[in-house]
Every structure is written in C-alpha cells, then in structure tokens.
Write a protein that binds this ligand. Structure first.
Ligand code: KG4
Ligand code: ZN
Length: 349
C-alpha cells in the first residue's frame, strides 16, 4: 500500500483537527500511531439546556476556540509548527457549519505552514482509533486480517469487514436510529438529560439489568433496528406513570442499555463468524460504554475471539484518530487538493 513518493517515517508528526459535531479537537500523533497530545474542548455545557446539539451554537463555539485548541495540542506535544509534517482534518459526515470551521482552519494552517493536507472521513477515523497507542502503551488492535469492525456512534451503527488495513466493506447498518441515538433518546425519556449515553451508563450502574425485558428486534442479516426498543421504553414509562408509580429510572436505564448492548454483541459476533474474522474491533462513542466493554470482553473471551476496543478517550470524538487515519490516507493516496468541500452525509447503503 505505501507509495514511496508519499512516505512518512514512523516518527513524523501529524496534526489532526476534528470539528464534525460538538467537540472541538486537535491532536499531535506520530505517523506510527503514537499519541503525543489529544485535546478535546467539549461544548456539552452550551447544549445541555436545549437537550441536544444546536448546530448554530456548535459552529460559533468551534470558531471561538479552534486556534486555542490547536495551540494547546502543539504545546502539550512539545511541538512547534515546523515539526509537523502533515495536517489531517475531518470533512464529513457531520454538521456542515461545524465541519466548515475545522476545514477552513486546516486549510489556513496548511497554507501558512506550507504543509500537505489530507481530508478524512469521520467514520473511517473512528475505525483507525483502535490502532492508536499512548507513548507507554500498545494499540488495542493487532494487524490481524480479516477483522470485523463495529462502529457505534451517535450517527452510525455499522459492521465493516476489513480484509486489509485499506480494504473495507460495510455489510451491516441500522434501518432507523443509531445505537448512540437510541441511548440519547432513552435518556431523554427517562429525564436523565444531555449528553444521554454517558447519563444512561452512569444511571445503569445502580440499576438491575434484568428488571425489565425489552423486545429484541427481528431484523435479518447484519442490519440493526433500535426504533422499536425506544418505543417499548416510552410505553413502559407511560404505563408506570399512569399507575402513579415512581419511575425506577436506574432499573429502566440498566435494562434498556442491556438490550442495546446484547443486540450489538449478537450481530457483531455473527458477522465475525460469517467472515471468519480473526479480530473484532469496536469503535465510536458508544464503545466508551462500561457495560458494552464488560459484556463484549466476557463474550469474546468465551467465543475465543480477539477483541480490540480503544482507550475511552479515543472512542468518543477526538482528533488523534483523524491524524492517524490521515497518515494512512497520505501514504496510499497523497495529499488532498485544497479545493475540497465538506459533506453532511455519504449516500446511504
Ligand atoms: O462517536 P461519537 O462521540 O460522535 C459521533 O460520531 O456521533 O458518539 C457519540 C455517541 C452519543 O450518542 C453518546 O451518547 C454516545 O456516543 N456515548 C455513550 C457513552 N459515551 C458516549 N453511550 C453510552 N455510554 C457511554 N459511556
Ligand atoms: Zn464520532
């Protein structure tokens, strides 16, 4: 895959920039995946009041902090701009107003510092996260092919077969809500606030996973569906409220989360078996979920399947994954021409 004219030595530095949704992020990563800095400025406090991300607020906030976040990433890595060899930036899918800020900043840095720039797809970057390492550690994933990757985020629930690092085929997706979206909506139904996924995770720790049973959707192959599960939760809550009962919020959260995580495991495991995968990688914000990490570890060990889940800070949106993914793209295809645009979504499967 490596093309001689676009070679990067393992220790060369890549600056990653990520602004696809509501996190302003920058990171400095060596081309071999060693993370020297990983800065994420969360906007949660600005959106919490509205119960979800407000695109206009997100874009404005990115504008306000992007240069400070990049400066902080360089400073924490102990790197001056002259030490950087490549810039990588997320160009989609995501919120257009947010993406534009990161893309414009990346283009400006590339021109000012006379550096090549690579446009990176956000979902592809999530998959690269499993190959990041901290200076003292090892990457979660090994070079084992084929690998199956489950990407679980606020916008995606995909099963991707990877026959080699650059060869990917998406074989499963959701018919309706993504897993993260379902958890966010469940949190809203239960009055747990925003951001929902982490709130469900926390509430579930003191709840009973078997207190309620939610229907496992009957969808073929490697497709997912979470809309029915969410409706079942809403109905259960309505019924309990009609009876005047106090809502057992922790039990409901834990039981709902258990259903989501079980569905994810069953489909991912079936996919790994069908494609004789030597490794199962889990990526995206929902991979930060405590119960997912616990259940997948137990079941993968029982199934004799190698499991790779990135460190939590590399599961949720971050720029280290963008930097590493950018390094891979640069090696195989070279820089992206600076007239690239951003995109909100890829044409669906
Ligand atoms: O990958 P990500 O940070 O952004 C997108 O690309 O969408 O994923 C965000 C999703 C949200 O739905 C959020 O609620 C969920 O990941 N999430 C979690 C946890 N942390 C983030 N879901 C469950 N448990 C968590 N600890
Ligand atoms: Zn993401």
């Amino acid at each position: 895959m490596a093309n001689g004219s676009f070679a990067l030595r393992p220790e060369q530095l890549v600056l990653g920039i990520e602004t696809s949704c509501d996190e302003t992020a920058a990171a400095v990563v060596q081309a071999d995946g060693t993370v020297l800095s990983n800065v994420v400025a969360s906007q949660d406090e600005f959106h919490a009041h509205f119960g979800g991300v407000v695109p206009e607020i997100a874009a404005r906030r990115h504008c306000e902090v992007i240069t400070a976040v990049v400066d902080e990433a360089l400073s924490r890595a102990g790197a001056k701009p002259e030490a950087i060899s490549l810039i990588a930036v997320t160009t989609g899918p995501g919120l257009l107003g947010s993406l534009v800020v990161g893309a414009a900043a990346a283009k400006a840095y590339a021109i000012a510092w006379e550096l090549p720039l690579v446009a990176v797809d956000h979902v592809q970057a999530h998959m690269a996260a499993a190959f990041l390492r901290l200076p003292s550690g090892e990457p979660a994933a090994a070079d084992l092919w084929p690998s199956v990757c489950l990407v679980v985020s606020g916008g995606h629930t995909d099963l991707v077969v990877m026959n080699s690092p650059g060869e990917r085929e998406t074989v499963g997706w959701t018919r309706d809500d993504a897993a993260g979206e379902a958890l966010d909506k469940a949190a809203r139904i239960l009055g747990l606030g925003y951001p929902g996924g982490p709130a469900i995770d926390r509430a579930s720790r003191s709840g009973r996973r078997d207190a309620f049973s939610f229907p496992i959707p009957d969808v073929p192959g490697f497709e997912f569906s979470f809309a029915g599960l969410k409706t079942a939760l809403a109905r259960t809550v309505e019924q309990l409220q009609a009876q005047g009962a106090q809502l057992p919020v922790e039990d409901l959260a834990a039981s709902f989360q258990e259903a989501v995580v079980n569905i994810l495991w069953e489909k991912a495991h079936a996919c790994a078996r069908a494609y004789s995968a030597r490794q199962l990688i889990v990526a995206g914000g929902v991979a930060a979920n405590s119960r997912l990490r616990e259940l997948f570890a137990e079941r993968a060990s029982q199934a004799g399947l190698r499991l790779a889940i990135p460190d939590r800070q590399f599961c949720t949106d971050n720029a280290a994954m963008v930097a590493l993914c950018g390094a891979d793209i640069y090696r195989s295809s070279g820089p992206t021409s600076l007239d690239f645009d951003v995109y909100s979504a890829l044409p669906g499967p």
